[in-house]
Design a protein around this ligand. Structure first.
Ligand code: UD1
Length: 420
């Protein structure tokens, strides 16, 4: 199994190009199943999760061509209505084909996504949303079966115990795109990826408004535009990860294509820590060479501090003098990286949903095991700052969501290689 070997302690410099957003690309690829016309997507990141979604839509009948980050998808006919367990189990976001198939075929069957390393991840809000649209849902032998012959627009309440849901908002938008009449989703998630999916649906010809706010209106339609060509937004989490690389390695890095409006809470925190961040022509310049100080982070839905950046910040804060805290309110059990960081000498205590981090002078390189996607990048960041050699195992987690991560880091001057 592949591993990263990192020699820490190097100052980095130069420019890095941010890829397209994985969390936009996945639902947009599923959304391409809504139409029988050909769709071309640009800026699609070549990461494992995208490859898995391509495999899934191909299984359902799509003809796909993926070259140099351009993906064309054409589904004249849906051939299968079932998303099998062996694909869904690899990637939770497979559930987006449920919304798309409900819309197009009025029937679908998708294996139940299991739990995952970052805690229980229920799908009750997705089911609540589909049911509100007139879909009958049954669960048999580990599959969610949808009968949407009575699909119609409706008011959909997506309030859950932890607020609304990104995935459920998008899935209901997809189903509503071909429902009779008007759907109002409230509260809707306001993440930039939700806006991106809405903009893609608009490009297809769906009447949709309110994206970016907590109320989204969709008016279903049945005929779609031809020749749709859509460019996916840059990945704000990848951009934030590289900004954090500058911080932890005390370097100056130009993060090209980073969209600062999508990253306000992350950039605010980095500035509070002591970094100097400026807008560049096509991205941002992040300078981490100055003094740095501890901070407190409260993870929250967009535009709050993203849960997907919390692990990378834990690595960073482990190297900054003083006491910092991170409160994670979205997912339970998302501090998996803490024990590995502690093996590098970090001083972290977990008290319920809060991590207390006391900065140490230096982390030291050792053997580490990645547990999930963002935890993996946190361990790589720690390795870049640590003294000596760090070996990160199970980097297949990282490959799910970062495109050519080590290649991009090497171009910045990092000593990192992939090996067995
Ligand atoms: C998406 C992102 C993920 C990010 C997360 C939060 C993708 C592919 N993944 O995940 O990277 O960390 O948003 O920004 O885009 N919940 C329920 N019932 C549901 C659905 C969710 O209770 O039916 C809960 C979850 O357990 C969690 C919270 O709602 O506590 C938010 O989850 P959600 O926004 O749905 O995250 P995902 O869409 O799974």
């Amino acid at each position: 199994m592949a591993r990263f070997f990192i020699e820490g302690g190097k100052r980095l410099s130069g420019e890095v190009n941010v890829s397209g957003a994985k969390n936009s690309a996945l639902p947009i690829i599923a959304a391409a199943l809504l139409t029988d016309k050909k769709v071309t997507l640009k800026n699609v990141p070549d990461v494992f999760d995208v490859r898995t979604m391509i495999e899934l839509v191909t299984h359902l009948g799509a003809r796909v061509d993926f070259k140099r980050n351009t993906l064309s998808i054409h589904t004249p006919k849906v051939k299968r209505l079932e998303a099998p367990y062996d694909i869904v189990t690899r990637m939770r976001a497979s559930y987006y084909v449920l919304g798309a198939l409900i819309a197009r075929e009025k029937r679908a069957s998708v294996a139940m996504p299991g739990g995952c390393a970052i805690g229980p991840r229920p799908i009750d809000l997705h089911i609540k949303g589909f049911t509100a649209l007139g879909t009958k849902i049954s669960i048999t032998e580990g599959y969610i079966n949808a009968d949407a012959r009575n699909l119609r627009g409706q008011n959909v309440d997506l309030q859950g115990p932890k607020g609304t849901s990104v995935g459920a908002t998008i899935n209901v938008m997809l189903a509503a795109s071909r429902a009779r009449g008007k759907t109002v989703i409230s509260p809707a998630a306001a993440e930039p990826e939700v806006v991106d999916v809405a903009n893609f649906l608009r490009a297809l010809g769906v009447e949709i408004s309110g994206q970016g706010s907590h109320e989204i209106t969709v008016v279903g339609c049945d005929s779609f535009h031809s020749g749709v060509n859509y460019k996916i937004i840059p990945d704000r989490i990848e951009a934030g990860t590289f900004a954090t690389v500058a911080a932890i390695t005390r370097s100056r890095i130009v993060v090209k294509r980073a969209v600062s409006e999508h990253m306000t809470s992350v950039l605010e925190k980095l500035r509070e820590i002591g970094l100097v961040i400026r807008e560049a022509e096509d991205g941002i310049i992040v300078d981490g060479r100055g003094r740095r100080k501890a901070t407190d982070i409260f993870v929250a839905p967009y535009p709050g501090f993203p849960t997907d950046m919390q692990a990378q910040f834990m690595a960073l804060l482990s190297t900054i003098p003083g006491t910092s805290t991170i409160k994670e309110s979205i997912f339970e059990n998302r501090f998996m990286q803490a024990v590995e960081l502690m093996r590098m000498g970090a001083n972290i205590t977990i008290e319920g949903d809060t991590a207390v981090i006391k900065g140490v002078k230096k982390l030291s390189g050792t053997q580490l095991m990645a547990s999930d996607l963002r935890a993996s990048s946190a361990l790589v960041l720690a390795g870049l700052a640590a003294k000596g050699t760090t070996v990160v195992r199970r980097i297949y987690h990282l490959d799910r969501g970062y495109e050519k991560f080590e290649v991009k880091l090497r171009r910045l001057g990092a000593s990192i290689r992939r090996g067995k």
